[in-house]
Design a protein around this ligand. Structure first.
Ligand code: T4K
Length: 368
C-alpha cells in the first residue's frame, strides 16, 4: 500500500527550535494572558503582514466572532455560502442574519455584481471570504460598501501572506480575520488573528477577548478568546520558516497546474493578475459531462491509492437549516455547481512535485 497522503499536513519547526522557544515560558511560569511570546508574535506578524495592529486569538473562528462583536454590528450581513462552516456560524452566533450572495465562476470569491440587490435597510456589513487564498475583488466591494455605508470584514482564514500588487491582503476592508489552525499555511497549533483598519478597535477587541476586562475594571461584555504562550511560541518558530514553507507548497502547486491546466473538463482556480499566492489549497473542479467522471469518482479513485483529497466546501452553508432556514441551492447557482464538483487536492510543505505528479497520473487516467 502506498504511504497515506492527506489533504494537508501541519508545518512544524525543528523540534529543538521549539524547545528552545518555550524555555523562557518554563522559567517564568507565565503561560497565558498576553505574555512575552504573545506580544512578540503580535509584533512579528504586524511586520510580516504589513499592518499596524493584529490581535491574536485562540482560533480564527473566535477572532471573527470577536471582530463582529467589537464592531457592534446588528441586522443582516451579506456573505458567501461557499466557505467553511465557521464563517456562517460566526455570523449567526453573533445574532446576525446571513444573506447569501453567489460567487464568481473563475476564482470562487463573492461576485460583487450580485451584492447590491441583496442590500436592505437592515444590512450592516459584507463578510466575503478570500477562499483558498484567492483574493476577493476588494475594489468593487469597497465601492459598494462606501455607497451604502456598510462595513467590510474579510474572512482571510486562507489568505495569510497573500499580496496584490505588493499590498498585503491584511490591509483590505475594515477588518480581517486570519486562521492559524494546524491545517493552515502558517500555524500556531490553534490560533487566529484580527486586524482592524481603525486601530482603536484593536484595544476594544483585546477587552472582548479577555472577559471585557481592562486592568481590573470591567468595561464591556466579553468572553475568553486569548492565545496562550505555547501557541504563540509555535507561531514565532513557524514564522521564521514561512517563506521556505510557501516556496515548497508552490513547487507542488505549480506541478499540479502544469499537468492539469487545459485538460478538458478540469477547471483550476484562476490565476489572479498581480496576486502573489500563498498556495494554501489546490482546488480542481470536475465537469462530469466533459471529464467523463464526477468529483466523487475522482475522490474514490484517489482513496484507492491511499490519497485523501477533500470536498472543501460542500455542502453550501446556506443549505443548512440551523442557519435561520435552509436556502435552496438555486439561489446561488454558481456556488451550487462548484460545491458539487470541486475537490481540494493534497497540498502542504514537503508534498513535492513527485507526489503531485503521482496524484495527477491517477486523475488523468480517469479521463474518458
Ligand atoms: N473560515 C474559513 C474559510 C476556514 O477555512 C476556517 C477553518 C475558519 C474560518 C475557522 O478557522 P479556525 O477556527 O479553524 O482557526 C479543517 C480545519 O480544522 C479548519 O481550521 C479549516 N478552516 C477547515 C477548512 O479544515 P477539517 O474538519 O477538515 O480538519 P481535519 O481534522 O479533517 O484535518 C484535515 C487534514 O489536515 C487531516 O486529514 C490531516 C491534516 N491535519 C489535521 C490536524 C487537525 C494535520 O496535519 N494536523 C492536524 O493537527 O477542518
Amino acid at each position: 500500500m502506498d504511504e497515506k497522503i492527506l489533504v494537508t499536513r501541519s508545518t512544524l519547526p525543528p523540534f529543538e527550535e521549539y524547545c528552545e522557544e518555550i524555555r523562557e515560558i518554563w522559567e517564568s511560569r507565565w503561560l497565558t494572558n498576553s505574555g512575552v511570546k504573545h506580544q512578540a508574535l503580535e509584533q512579528a506578524l504586524c511586520g510580516y503582514l504589513g499592518v499596524s495592529n493584529l490581535a491574536l486569538c485562540v482560533n480564527g473562528h473566535l477572532a471573527l466572532e470577536c471582530i463582529l462583536e467589537t464592531m457592534e454590528l446588528k441586522g443582516e450581513v451579506i456573505t458567501t455560502p461557499f466557505t467553511f462552516v465557521s464563517t456562517t456560524n460566526a455570523i449567526v452566533r453573533r445574532g446576525l442574519t446571513p444573506v447569501f450572495c453567489d460567487i464568481r465562476p473563475d476564482d470562487f470569491t463573492m461576485d460583487p455584481d450580485l451584492i447590491e440587490p441583496l442590500i436592505t435597510e437592515n444590512t450592516c456589513a459584507i463578510v466575503p471570504v478570500h477562499v483558498y487564498g484567492s483574493l476577493c475583488n476588494d475594489e468593487a466591494i469597497e465601492k459598494i460598501a462606501q455607497k451604502y455605508r456598510l462595513k467590510v470584514i474579510y474572512d482571510a482564514a486562507h489568505a495569510f501572506g497573500v499580496t496584490k500588487n505588493g499590498k498585503s491582503a491584511a490591509t483590505l476592508g475594515d477588518a480581517s480575520m486570519f486562521s492559524f489552525h494546524a491545517t493552515k499555511v502558517f500555524n500556531t497549533v490553534e490560533g487566529g488573528g484580527a486586524v482592524f483598519r481603525d486601530p482603536a478597535l484593536y484595544e476594544a477587541l483585546n477587552r472582548r477577548k479577555n472577559f471585557g476586562i481592562n486592568g481590573e475594571a470591567l468595561v464591556s461584555f466579553g468572553g475568553n478568546a486569548k492565545m496562550n504562550e505555547f501557541a504563540a511560541a509555535m507561531g514565532l518558530c513557524n514564522l521564521r520558516h514561512i517563506d521556505a514553507s510557501i516556496a515548497s507548497r508552490k513547487e507542488a502547486a505549480m506541478r499540479y497546474r502544469e499537468r492539469l491546466s487545459g485538460v478538458p473538463g478540469v477547471q483550476l482556480a484562476a490565476v489572479q493578475p498581480g496576486v502573489e499566492s500563498n498556495y494554501a489549497y489546490f482546488p480542481a473542479v470536475f465537469d462530469p459531462e466533459v471529464f467523463g467522471c464526477t468529483r466523487d469518482d475522482v475522490l474514490a479513485a484517489l482513496a484507492e491509492h491511499n490519497i485523501a483529497a477533500r470536498k472543501y466546501f460542500y455542502p453550501l452553508t446556506s443549505t443548512v437549516a440551523a442557519f435561520g432556514g435552509a436556502h435552496p441551492e438555486t439561489e446561488t447557482p454558481v456556488a451550487a455547481r462548484i460545491s458539487r464538483s470541486v475537490l481540494c487536492l493534497p497540498l502542504y510543505e514537503g508534498l513535492g512535485a513527485d507526489n503531485a505528479d503521482r496524484i495527477c497520473d491517477i486523475i488523468l487516467a480517469l479521463k474518458k
